[in-house]
Design a protein around this ligand. Structure first.
Ligand code: ADP
Ligand code: MG
Length: 558
């Protein structure tokens, strides 16, 4: 086992890490820390969410910082306010015993004057969002001419969020001698583009992919309107009597609210998130590990360190903002050879994202109807009888009082006993399951979508946007042939050099037969079955051209 000390970190940092309970460096830390300590070369470091990237750049920078100088020495650029705060908090914690080191987060949505005041006091490290950093540069409060390290964290988000202009302006202010470090979960186009524009020749460290589409996990989704989300959750939980799992929420606030409401409704649930003290978190985790709590309601960050192997379910209270997060969450179940189920409660407008998630995990995500009262009742009854059958009487049958109990029960009439059990155990359930309203979103029967998959075939064609091809062009092409007129076209994905579209099964052969070898704007068409819709891997969700307006089937009109 390599230690942090062996990686070359000083005693103060070691002490800070000790307080945080970091014993062993993670793989990305093991490789990045010595590199940044020794080399001036730029670095691209790729590792999944939750693998400790903050420390991977934070520690070696802190280790080399000159606290006796007042100069700003490092700037960390990240896409959101939350990340800014998280990163600067983390770095402050690492530097707890490193004397006189100042870290300042700057981000939009908050008064700029207090941030300006902090900057004027002097700081060694700035952690900022591109917009606010740019603003502070324009106001001449922030000067980057002394920085030695420039870090892009979560760089895969940055360009997509429209920060290009800010980044250009920021980069212009930094000295050529800087070392640029880019950290990201994935090698996206945005990352490539940042590397190309703003970095020199870079070392690349990539920690292999894990966790993608764990084999033992099945995926399901329900669709509910936002206002019905909590009720839908309760129904789902009620229909899963044996559940042992994690319910993921987006924010600390939501986590707390959902957990409180569940507790009030007598579910075995507890919240863990960053605002709950470490002490209480540890206690909750202990109880969860002993299964005294069946459902942990957690933020992604809080759930990261959780190391439990036999979860039956992971529930996404809503779809996570980033597709990768879905994979990480799902990977929490289905471990150690056990099977697990990943459940999502989607809003009607989220449904198109399900397709992207399917492409990402490489598996079908099954649409499920939110259980009705009858469904819940049936599940609970079944589970009761299963429990009865499974009861192991050996444990107590030797006890002193057992026999007396048996004798007394035997004296009771069978019918009385049955009435008693039903009244006590099930009358509440019967009442609560009666006449429950249907929570399934009325807007659409999402199961119908399956038709699209079952009855359609993807065709790949060697012309794309660069050839002037577009939807109109596709329909014109289809209609130009008498034999193909009116063929039903499903999804269309226009890429630069090629396109993929789906067509009803019965016509697919004809489409290939009649179009292959013909010409589009002088280019010979090559068309064949197959091809994945790559645009579905976009991070922000969807093929811009088809932002939901044109769902479903289109008839090629004449
Ligand atoms: P990433 O940026 O890769 O998503 P973070 O840097 O936010 O990951 O770290 C994820 C979590 O793991 C944090 O709670 C962090 O404190 C913890 N962590 C990081 N490195 C270690 C380590 N070496 N040992 C234990 N916990 C760690
Ligand atoms: Mg991070």
């Amino acid at each position: 086992m390599t230690t942090f000390k062996e990686l070359g970190l000083n005693a103060e940092l070691m002490k800070g890490l000790d307080d945080l309970g970091f014993v062993e460096p993670s793989p990305i830390q093991e490789r990045s820390i010595p590199f940044i300590l020794k080399s001036k070369k730029d670095l691209i470091a790729l590792a999944q969410t939750g693998t400790g990237k903050t420390a991977a750049f934070g520690l070696p920078i802190l280790n080399q910082l000159q606290a006796n100088k007042k100069d700003l020495q490092a700037i960390i650029i990240c896409p959101t306010r939350e990340l800014c705060l998280q990163i600067s908090d983390d770095i402050k914690k690492f530097a707890k015993y490193s004397k006189n080191i100042f870290v300042t987060p700057v981000y939009g949505g908050e008064r700029i004057d207090s941030q300006i005041r902090l900057l004027k006091r002097g700081t060694h490290i700035v952690v900022g969002t591109p917009g606010r950093v740019h603003d502070l540069i324009r106001r001449k409060v922030l000067k980057l001419n002394t920085i030695k390290w420039l870090v892009f964290d979560e760089a895969d988000e940055m360009l997509d969020m429209g920060f290009k202009e800010d980044l250009d302006a920021i980069l212009e202010q930094t000295p050529k001698t800087r070392q640029t470090l880019l950290f990201s979960a994935t090698m996206s186009n945005s990352v490539r583009s940042i590397a190309k524009q703003y970095m020199g020749e870079a070392e690349e460290i990539s920690i292999g992919e894990k966790n993608v589409g764990a084999d033992n996990v099945t995926h399901e989704y329900y669709v509910a309107q936002a206002r019905d989300r909590f009720d839908a959750l309760k129904r789902i939980l009620d229909s899963l009597p044996g559940i042992y799992g994690i319910l993921f929420c987006r924010t600390r606030n939501e986590t707390q609210i959902v957990a409180d409401k569940l507790k009030k409704a007598h579910y075995d649930a507890e919240a863990i998130h960053g605002e709950i003290s470490q002490n209480i978190r540890t206690k909750i985790m202990d109880r969860f590990k002993r299964k005294q709590i069946r459902l942990l309601v957690a933020t992604d960050v809080a759930a990261r360190g959780i190391d439990v192997n036999d979860l039956s379910h992971v529930i996404n209270y809503n779809l996570p903002d980033q597709n990768e997060t879905y994979t990480h969450r799902s990977g929490r179940t289905g471990r150690a050879q056990k099977s697990g189920i990943s459940i999502s409660i989607a809003s009607p407008r989220d449904v198109r994202r399900i397709k992207q998630l399917e492409e990402m995990v490489g598996k079908k995500i099954e649409f499920k109807k939110i259980p009705s009262g009858d469904d819940v009742y049936q599940k609970q009854i079944d589970s009761f009888f299963e429990e009865v059958e499974k009861t192991n009487i050996d444990e107590i049958s030797n006890e002193k009082y057992f026999q007396e109990f048996v004798d007394k029960l035997k004296k009771l009439k069978k019918d009385d006993l049955i009435n008693y059990i039903i009244t006590n155990k099930f009358s509440h359930l019967m009442k609560s399951c009666k006449d429950l309203r249907d929570l399934n979103s009325k807007t659409k029967d999402f199961s119908v979508k399956k038709r699209d998959d079952g009855n359609n075939i993807n065709l790949k064609i060697n012309i794309g946007k660069n050839h002037g091809f577009d939807i109109k062009g596709l329909f014109a092409l289809i209609n130009s042939n008498k034999k193909l007129k009116g063929a039903e076209i499903g999804r269309i994905n226009l890429m630069s050099e090629y396109s993929v579209f789906s067509v009803e099964k019965g016509r697919a052969n004809d489409v290939v037969k009649f179009l292959d070898g013909t010409k589009f704007k002088g280019k010979k068409i090559n068309i064949s079955e197959g091809g994945k819709s790559e645009s579905y891997q976009r991070k922000d969700g969807f093929n811009r051209k088809y932002s939901g307006k044109k769902r479903g089937f289109r008839k090629a009109r004449r």
